[in-house]
Write a protein that binds this ligand. Sequence first.
Ligand code: ZN
Length: 446
Amino acid sequence: MPATIYPLKAPRHRERASRDVGASLHRFVSALYPIHRCITGEGLRATLQMIGQRIPLSIQEVPTGTKVLDWVIPKEWEIREAWIAKEDGSRVVELLNSPLHVVQYSTPVDEWMTLKQLRSNLHTLPRTPDLIPYRTSYYEEGWGFCLSQRQLDRLESEVGENERLKVYIDSRLFHGSLTYGECVIPGETEEEVLLSAHVCHPALANDNASSMAVATELVGELQKRKNLRYTYRILFAPGTIGAIAWLARNRRSLDRVKHGLVLANLGDSGDFTYKMTRRGTLDSLLTTDRALRLALQGKGHDLRPFEPSGYDERQFGSPGFDLPIGRLTRTAHDEYIEYHTSGDNLDLVRPHALAESLETLDRFVDVLEGDAVYLNTQPFGEPMLGHRGLYDGDADPDVQRALLWVLNLSDGEYSLLSIAERSGLPFETVRAAADRLLDERLLEVA
Ligand code: ZN
């Protein structure tokens, strides 16, 4: 790959990050946010149902006990009630106030305990004392409560270490299933772009509701497009086990995946972070990585190498699969203080950030769909642009430059994506120049 001229110029011709789109995305995040989701169960199903009211979604259930790659689908978890009460009956922590108050997959409890006995089952964040942590215990049987450090301090001041507290969790682990949803927008070829968002976190806005909303809205944008080259598959699955279940079930057809992105944390107002594909990190950048980089043109962003931690890029990028799938977030997951706490709420997610994330994905699709390699039909000297109506001294200089770049590099080797990288011009300007040159028969398909 040739050296890239970077940073690239910001596109000026289109601004889709409108206020209306942002407000509508934020409303959808607000509707998804409070649901008590988990890796299995009714909250997850209710979430997929809400998404399915907006886009065509096929819901899959994978029964408990099913072997998926090296994992086994766990029991389904149901929670009805959870609280801690003082002897006088007043409740100090209650699930009704926040789904974060109970450790996900907590087993049932109905006991009197002292604060001293209870302490190892209480989780707080002493350094951010107003925030409730988010904790899970999916694969190790146990139970626990999460509360703010201030709540715990108050409890300590009100009851002694040896005063009795009633601890109650009405939950159930049973042979059920794990649920995930898939939306497929067919294109002209079976080559696929896979986009994946995790859907298993309760009452966390940026870390999961934001990417669900943006991915859902992107489907609407894809449906408006005519003649898609690629087939688009959007996967809404619980983190880790959901992606593993999907991979296990689709193992024989993964060759069709040509590009993909894991989507998460798309609603905070921080800059974008793009984590490159595994192969693009180990060798040279893949088209997926380059297309996403062009989509981020003019926006604050950080490009990072693949590493085997984070979200489901770990599964898609495991060595046996090695799929061309990167990860797009705004602020990376463990780099904001509200991450996995009650502070990841609707105030953290900003309408303009959601709209800009959607616009970035739309532009990523533009590059994938619009990239092509052409041949200049008049490669000996520059063709006369003026007499073909292609020269206008008053026109946007970028438009004139794009015509010259496309003519010069269209020798059957360089794609429009490469031309955008080399020239620093927005992809859409390069694509538009190619369209004009095709109309004038100065280009032909290579
Ligand atoms: Zn998370």
